[in-house]
Each structure stands twice: as C-alpha cells, then as structure tokens.
Design a binder for this molecule. Structure first.
Ligand code: KIV
Length: 286
C-alpha cells in the first residue's frame, strides 16, 4: 500500500473513513504495524514510560527520540510516521523548535512532528510550518504539562473548558497543523472540535466522534503493566503470553529439552571423528 499523506487524511475525514494510528518505538513492531495496514504511526515520548520505565515523559531527550524514530522508519518505510517532540525541545524558543523538528527529519526521516499545547505554542507551529515541515497538534491531556493540570486528568469536561479547547484547536489549525491529537477529553468536547475543524482529529481517550483513533501499542497489546487508562481496550494480553513462553523456556532448558537436534550446527563431514582422535585421553570434567 502506498504511504498516506496529509491530503489522504483530509479526504478520509471528508468521507467519514476512520484514520487508524498506534504508537511504535522499534523496528519489529513497526514492521508488523505496517504489514497490518495502520494508516500512521507515532513515535511517542510515551516511550519514557513504556520502554524506559520512567514515571513520566519529562526525562525523554531528543537523542532518545531520534534513535527510536530511526528504528521505526526502518521497520515501516511505507507508513506515515510522526516524531513526538520531547519536553524542552520546543518550549524555549521558535529557533529551538525549528532546529529540533529539522533533526527528526534529517536524522530519522519522519514525515511530521508533534507538539503538545494550544495557543501558547502557535509561534513554534508557524515557525516549523514556514520551514516546510508538517506539524501535528496535541491538546487535552498533555503529559508534558501534567503538573499544571494537577496530574494525568481528563480535560475539557466543563462547557467553559470545552470552549477553551476549541479555541486552542482553532488556533492550531490557523497556525498550520495538519491534524490534532485529542487526549482524555469527553466526547461532547471532541465532537465539537471535530465538527468545527477541516483537519482531522485523532482521539486517544476522546470518544467515538474523532476522525481517527490512536492507542499506545504497549497498552492495547497488554504489555505495559504499571497502569492502564480507562480508555484502553486490550486487543491482546502479551504479558500473559510472554510469561507463559518464558516459563516454558526455563523448564525446557532445565530439563535438557532445549536445544534439540534441529537447533544444532553440524561439523563438516569427517571433522567430528578427527576431533575425537585429537582429544583422545584429554581429561574432561563431564
Ligand atoms: O507520547 C505519546 O504516545 C503521545 C500519545 C499519548 C498521544 O503523545
């Protein structure tokens, strides 16, 4: 399937065809995601939690994001991929934001980058867009500023807060983003925003009315055990399946059932006999 572009995403919105996205952080899962037919993949700074075991995303650096984005690009060469700008890679200045967005493109070959925030980051969005790159917005629950929200809390759950979110979404669209991720907002708010914007909305914990859905792959596969948000459906329980496989491996190694003959390498013809003669009389421990 050819790689989708921003015009395909807008057409999908217009046709009412849902856009499917997942996070990916490594080569193997990215190649499986591409073969399965995902429309786009996000190299999320959620890798701070699910890959590196931090309690949040703030410690994630540009260098970490670049390495994982390169792996995802190699695994999914024909999928639209978005690199997530980590904390402090765009907040300080427009120049910083442009330089770091440029690194994602030059070093990892991403198709777009994502920034968290609404009206307060429109100068950065404009700067990156004016430099010729694609920007995805992210509003609602934005983990990089969760301290200001009093934790990982639902956003836009009052009429006034919904109108504030809409103002952020409209400002981002005006600044040039090609799509907006809505995280942890009630369906009434995401329906309003989705209905007002020309660009697609991609919901994670934002109900059924968004133009597309996004989940963190480690959540939907049942891999990440620390915390599962309410909005996650587990499509597999890989933690259970991995535990079963690990236990079976331990058992078979202990019982001498693994490795079996089909896993051995063979010596060249006649060499085993030659070796037998060479070591004849050599004391052995076993
Ligand atoms: O880092 C991430 O995976 C994200 C999604 C939760 C939207 O930003």
């Amino acid at each position: 399937m050819p790689k989708k572009n921003i015009f395909d995403f807008v057409e999908m919105k217009e046709r009412g065809e849902k856009i499917t996205g997942l996070t990916a952080y490594d080569f193997s899962t990215a190649s499986i995601a591409e073969a399965a037919g995902l429309d786009w993949l996000l190299i999320g700074d959620s890798l701070g939690n699910v890959i590196y075991g931090y309690s949040g995303t703030l410690p994630v650096t540009m260098d970490m994001m670049i390495v994982h984005s390169q792996a995802v690009r190699r695994g999914a060469p024909n999928t639209f991929i978005v690199g997530d700008m980590p904390f402090m890679s765009y907040q300080k200045s427009v120049e910083d934001a442009i330089a770091n967005a440029g690194r994602f493109h030059k070093e990892a070959g991403v198709d777009a980058i994502k920034l968290e925030g609404g009206r307060r980051i429109t100068p950065q969005v404009k700067g990156i867009v004016d430099s010729g790159m694609l920007v995805q917005g992210h509003i609602g629950m934005t983990p990089q500023s969760s301290g200001q929200m009093g934790g990982f809390k639902v956003q836009g759950n009052t009429a006034e807060a919904a109108m504030e979110l809409l103002a952020d979404a409209e400002a981002l669209e005006e600044a040039g983003v090609f799509s907006i991720v809505l995280e942890a907002v009630p369906p009434e708010s995401s329906r309003l925003i989705t209905g007002r914007l020309k660009i697609p909305t991609l919901g994670i914990g934002a109900g059924p009315y968004c133009d597309g859905q996004l989940l963190i792959h480690s959540d939907m596969l049942g891999l990440y055990q620390v915390f599962t948000p309410r909005f996650v459906r587990k499509y597999a329980n890989l933690a259970e399946e991995m535990t079963r496989a690990y236990k079976e491996y331990i058992k078979e190694v202990r019982e001498g059932k693994f490795p079996a003959e089909e896993h051995f390498y063979k010596m060249k013809a006649g060499e085993a006999e030659k070796l037998g003669k060479l070591i004849k009389g050599l004391p052995m421990r076993k």
